[in-house]
Write a protein that binds this ligand. Structure first.
Ligand SMILES: [Zn+2]
Length: 343
């Protein structure tokens, strides 16, 4: 273990970070601590002191970086007059009058991580048609799995006489994303996109269910893509998001638009022996995923005999609730300032 290289890497990340204190949760620290206990007794003292020096240096750098960020944030702005006295026009409100919604902040974080992994970010829409919600995703008319996606519909009908719907998942964008980037495949590039956006369900509301929430959809297609790529991609994303190494597992599941389909669980990031977040199970079922069904590729004019791909859909509210220990999903849409001001 090259302590000096680790230290230099951590210090560099502190100096580039907008939230430097997060670096204290970096997996490198965990690795160094577990190395201490694995050493023979007589070597522990010396190694432990080296680790301590790294931690102190990082903490000092964090303090310096924090005051640097603070001085930028506090650059003097004249906020005494709400209107420009000369023109009578309202001035831009100072930033202490508001803040970014915690879900928007986290969507930026999630998008940033996938961006660095080579995914482009696309937007969804808030009204869509039955073709994108169902048919293009291998749910033919009358398919019983349609009942699992109970959402809101319009009185107005589309050209086929079907009502428009408020999308119940971001997978409504799969067909569009596959078609938009299909030309990538011809030049040997993958289709790699995420869609973080708002979705809707007709739900009885409680601490875990909201009628409006956020998902991030992911789609990756190329030659020779397999389940191992899917698991590794999601694991890397979750480790980046929670800032530590995590074990993951997949269990077989059923979705019409993936085959095989999986439920993806991660080791609880908050405990070693069970806690309230994981209901003492040490695992958290987090998202649905699988290999894109050949019919879904065909619906986008991609040949499933040549190309394979994976897709996943992950609830963003849940990710954020777990990260910050938020106990009730309804807080997000409540407009309660006492909640929002904590972020
Ligand atoms: Zn736990």
């Amino acid at each position: 273990m090259d302590i000096d290289a680790i230290k230099q890497g951590l210090l560099q990340r502190v100096n580039e970070s907008e939230s430097p204190r997060e670096i204290l949760k970096a997996p490198e620290f965990r690795d160094m601590y577990s190395k201490i206990t694995s050493l023979p007794k007589e070597e522990r003292g010396a190694f432990g002191r080296q680790v301590n020096e790294v931690k102190q240096a990082v903490e000092q750098a964090i303090e310096a970086r924090e005051s640097e960020l603070e001085s930028v944030a506090q650059a003097p702005i004249d906020v005494t007059a709400p209107f420009d006295v000369n023109t009578g026009r309202p001035l831009l409100l100072p930033t202490d009058q508001g803040s970014t919604h915690p879900l928007m902040q986290e969507i930026e974080t999630v998008s940033g991580i996938f961006n660095r992994m080579g995914f482009v970010v696309e937007e969804s829409r808030e009204i869509d048609d039955q073709f994108h919600m169902f048919e293009s995703l291998n749910f033919p008319k009358g398919h019983p799995a349609r009942d699992d996606y109970d959402t809101f519909m319009t009185i107005q009908k589309d050209k086929d006489g079907e009502p428009f719907i408020a999308p119940a998942h971001t997978s409504t964008m799969q067909n569009r994303v596959l078609q938009k980037y299909a030309a990538n495949l011809e030049v040997g590039e993958p289709i790699a996109a995420v869609v973080p956006d708002r979705v809707f369900r007709n739900e009885d509301l409680d601490a875990r269910h909201e009628h409006t929430f956020y998902q991030v959809e992911g789609v990756y297609v190329n030659k020779g893509v397999n389940v191992g790529n899917l698991v590794a991609t999601l694991q890397r994303f979750l480790e980046e998001y929670y800032g530590r190494k995590l074990n993951v597992r997949v269990n077989p599941f059923y979705f019409p638009f993936t085959e095989p389909s999986f439920e993806f669980a991660l080791e609880c990031p908050f405990c070693e022996d069970g806690c309230s977040v994981c209901s003492d199970s040490k695992w958290i079922e987090l998202l649905g995923c699988g290999m894109i069904h050949p019919n879904v590729l065909k619906a986008a004019n991609i040949d499933p005999a040549v190309y394979t791909g994976f897709a996943f859909g992950c609830g963003i509210d849940r990710l954020v609730m777990m990260k910050y220990g938020i106990e009730d999903v309804r807080h997000f849409e409540s407009g309660k300032l006492s909640f929002l001001r904590q972020f």
